[in-house]
Design a binder for this molecule. Structure first.
Ligand SMILES: [Zn+2]
Length: 264
């Protein structure tokens, strides 16, 4: 099983970030062997290779995060890794037996999302991009984020504040233009994180979809989103009242602080 470069990169990043002691690996290889889920080997030329079972690769980022602790002797991490890998193996077998069908999508071969234009102003697009960059680089879970993520501001979306979509290997987060107004920065941030939590949950829970359940709430906690399905009545009222104003929003405070430190 040869691994795609971006998968190799993510597995290595997850292992290296969470190992405490043990050598830093620069190579990764997938193995068929089912008994050993992972091992680290120093090659003759001095480089260190991380060997992982096929089942671990299929199990996704949640399992990759456990590689470091499991290889350094954590029994709990080993158990959780074994459990996730069993699930990963089943999902891979299902996908292999139904060529052309993505797991979790009954009988449909989904086409990638079309590259529709973003309806927001340039300022709104930049704010949205900055928030996602901030979440990616400060959450400690950068490797779980997809490489290509379409970010959209919608001028039509009015009954909901945000949505996420993932289809045929493409991913999109859409946020209503109504949240890009001065004074609503905290609500905008929470909404973007809510949708990102859905996206990362759908990418890692093995079902390809995300509900407002325990695995989604775990992603909310990792990203710092409020783990509630609905916006609080107070926040919803603030959004309704902001309707008349058209002052553009600033970056949410935490994102602005981070942006200043990034580019002094
Ligand atoms: Zn939701």
């Amino acid at each position: 099983m040869s691994l795609e470069p971006h998968v190799q990169h993510r597995i290595l990043a997850a292992y290296n970030a969470r190992r405490s002691g043990g050598p830093r690996a620069t190579l990764v290889a997938a193995r068929r062997n089912r008994r050993t889920l992972a091992s680290v080997r120093r090659l003759a030329d001095g480089r260190v290779r991380l060997n992982v079972a096929r089942a671990v690769v299929s199990a996704g980022p949640e399992a990759w995060d456990l590689l470091g602790p499991a290889l350094q002797g954590s029994r709990d991490a080993r158990k959780r890794l074994a459990r996730l890998s069993r699930k990963g193996l089943k999902a891979a077998a299902r996908a292999a037996s139904e060529p052309g069908k993505a797991p979790g999508r009954n009988g449909r071969n989904p086409a990638p999302l079309p590259d529709t234009p973003c309806q927001g102003s340039q300022h709104q697009q930049q704010v949205l991009q900055r928030i996602v960059q901030w979440a990616r680089s400060t959450s400690g879970h950068a490797e779980a984020f997809p490489d290509h993520l379409q970010l959209r501001v919608s001028r039509r979306m009015s009954s909901t504040y945000g949505s996420h979509m993932t289809r045929g290997g493409t991913h999109r987060v859409t946020i209503t233009h109504r949240l890009f107004r001065a004074g609503l920065e905290d609500i905008l941030l929470d909404t973007v994180l809510h949708e990102l939590a859905h996206l990362l949950d759908a990418l890692t829970n093995g079902r390809g979809r995300s509900f407002h359940d325990a695995s989604w709430r775990r992603w909310c906690r990792r990203l710092g989103a409020t783990p509630d399905r609905l916006m609080s009545p107070t926040s919803a009222r603030r959004v309704r009242r902001a309707r008349g104003e058209d002052a553009p929003c600033a970056l949410p405070a935490a994102v602005a602080r981070w942006a200043r430190e990034e580019s002094p």
